[in-house]
Design a protein around this ligand. Structure first.
Ligand SMILES: [Zn+2]
Length: 163
């Protein structure tokens, strides 16, 4: 992959990959553990989870508990918490994977490329110079759950620093 990553059509493709019927950012009706949901950290208003369909290894998402589609619908406390956890996540990703860059952003609304337009969430995608070479690896991660579990364990340990 050359050039800028933040192509909404690409993210739409990634998000469409999970084809959920229920909102994946809301608590499921049948309780699942944080490990099952790949949740790495919970703060008062927001939580951090690993993307099950990563664009690159360590692809995280930060979402509020509140089921709202627009950032401006979040109260000030939640907006602050969101930015603080995005900042923590960026720092921990850098520490764990030594990534040289990050893409941080949100797709808002269907026209903005959102796969889950009803529940706002931010993506953090680690980047490395020449990381188009990672894309094959990412393909493997998608089909080999063990890799995703390994990344989850590694990052979970990192996120304990915040506890
Ligand atoms: Zn939701």
């Amino acid at each position: 992959m050359e050039g800028p990553l933040w192509a909404p059509w690409r993210m739409q493709y990634i998000e469409a990959g999970s084809e959920p019927r229920a909102c994946i950012f809301c608590e499921p009706s049948e309780p699942l553990s944080d490990a099952q949901r790949l949740v790495l950290h919970r703060s008062e208003h927001v939580f951090v989870l690993l993307n099950r369909f990563p664009y690159s290894p360590g692809h995280l998402m930060v979402a509020p508990y509140a089921h709202v589609g627009l950032v401006e619908e979040l109260d000030t406390e939640t907006q602050r918490d969101l930015m603080a956890r995005i900042s923590d996540s960026a720092r921990l990703l850098r520490a764990q994977y030594d990534c040289e860059g990050l893409n941080i952003g949100a797709n808002i609304g269907r026209a903005g490329g959102a796969g889950f337009e009803a529940h706002v969430h931010f993506h953090l995608v680690p980047r490395w110079s020449g990381d188009h070479n990672f894309m094959t690896v990412v393909g493997e991660i998608r089909v080999i759950p063990k890799h995703l579990e390994k990344i989850y364990e590694e990052l979970l340990e990192r996120f304990q620093e915040l506890a």
